[in-house]
Every structure is written in C-alpha cells, then in structure tokens.
Design a binder for this molecule. Sequence first.
Ligand code: ATR
Length: 270
Amino acid sequence: MKVYAVLGDPIEHSLSPVMHNAAFREMGLDATYHAFRVGIHRLRDAILGADAMGFGGLNLTIPLKEGAMAVVEPDETAEAIGAVNTVSFRGGIRGHNTDGIGASLALRRYGVSLRGSHILLIGAGGAARAIAYQLSKEGAEIVVTNRTPERGQALAEDLGLEFRPFVEIEDLVRCSDILINATSVGMRDGDPRLFDGSILRSEQVVFDIIYSRETELLRDARWAGAKAIDGVMMLVYQGAAALEIWTGLEAPVDLMEAAVRAALEERREN
Ligand code: ATR
C-alpha cells in the first residue's frame, strides 16, 4: 500500500484526504492519503522521513510551500513560482507546483478565456504567485495589487507584471475583465470586504480561490449578475494534477469534485 499525505499547519480542515481517497478508490489503487500537522521547523524532517518510508507523494499547504524550496529539487514551474505544493519521490525528491494550472483549468471549466483578458489579481502570497505565473504564461494581461506594497511589487517584478497600490483597488476593479481574490479575506465570517461590491458589472468574471464558504465577494458578484466562480474547482484540478504527477494516470476529476462538494455540504450542516 502506498501512503500519501498533505502537510501543513493548521491542517484539520483540509479536504485533500477526502478528495484523494475517493480518487484512489475509483482508480482501484492500493493507496491511502492522510493529513499531518507539520510546522515549518520540522518540514525537512517530515519530507526526508516520508521519502525514507517509501511514501508515494506529498502535498504541502500553508505555511510550508515557500520553505520547501530549500528541501526539494524544484521543477521549472516550482522554481519560477518560488513555491512547492506537490512533492514526488521517483528519481529524487522533486518539488512541483500545480496551483497555477489548477486555477487556469478552473477558469476554463467555466468558459473563461484568458488570452488578452485584463485580470486584476489581489494578493501576493504563494497562491497569488502560482496564479500570476500560469495565467500570464497563457497570455492574460495581469495587474497585481496587494495590501503590503513591497510583497506585491516583488511578485510583479519577479514575473514582469504591473503592480498598482491597494488604495486604487476600486478603479482597478472597474478596469478589469476578470477579478481574482487570492487573499485570505473572506475565509472567516465577518471578514471586511476588500472593496465596495456594488461597483461590479455583469460582464465581469469574479474568481475567489476560497472554497470553504460562500464569500461576500462572490455574493456581490452574483448580485451584480457577474460570473462568480468559487475555489472548489481549483482545489480539485490542483489535486488532479498532483495525482497525475504521482501515478502517471488520469485523475477522476468529476468524482473528486463530488467528494469535495459532499464534504463541504456535510460541514455546513454540522
Ligand atoms: P497564501 O500562501 O495562501 O497565498 P499568504 O502567503 O498568507 O497565503 O498570503 C495571504 C494574502 O492575503 C496576502 O496577499 C495578504 O496581504 P499582505 O501581503 O499584505 O499580508 C492578503 N491579506 C490577508 N489579510 C488581508 C486583509 N485584511 N486585507 C488585504 N489583504 C489581506
């Protein structure tokens, strides 16, 4: 039996075990997937230990994605992004990043075309970096804004994008075709809005990478008649891409989506 795991802190709310175990069952693989709470100071031990014990692969989440760069051998994508969300152990300890492709496939699934589109990307953490890298590679025109300007400027500079100060957010929203929230704002009930949602228009696409609840931003987008996309499909597609790296097999995307949606539904009821 192959063992897989997601490492992070906090980790108890991760839906990756539910999603991947459903996929393993469907694919008929003798494999199991667990979540382990690991902080940044034990990351090296955990990755080397997983390798020593013959694990099939790992996913990494907050706060480990950037720190893992020093432990693994990053592939070209992880290197360009500066963060790792997937580790494989075949032929060395390799680091990959499937967050960007996850976001891109999620947008495509909802019929959004990226080439030449004007995207406002809010945020400059690991998720924002992966999204910016992938969507700009696919020909989108991306403007980055972030509460802490230094962090946003560093992202924009690394990837050759434009940075605009956070105080301009409403003008930036008005000028964009696609708005992406890659911040953690909206994750908790009662989080303040990033901007006044009444300025959204029906021709716009609003993609919020948060999947655990319906955010105020997505509610505002629906109210405006805009296309509102939550983070579920990004979670599913980044997981599917990781599964394909580990096994070389096509992942059962629809079943993984159903497993995630069922788990979310169950959580909402409790
Ligand atoms: P991840 O790796 O998941 O992207 P992260 O590195 O913690 O997570 O990044 C979180 C993002 O949310 C950052 O862009 C952060 O802005 P700062 O760089 O200014 O910290 C953004 N963020 C968090 N709380 C915010 C708030 N209240 N208003 C605006 N942006 C916020």
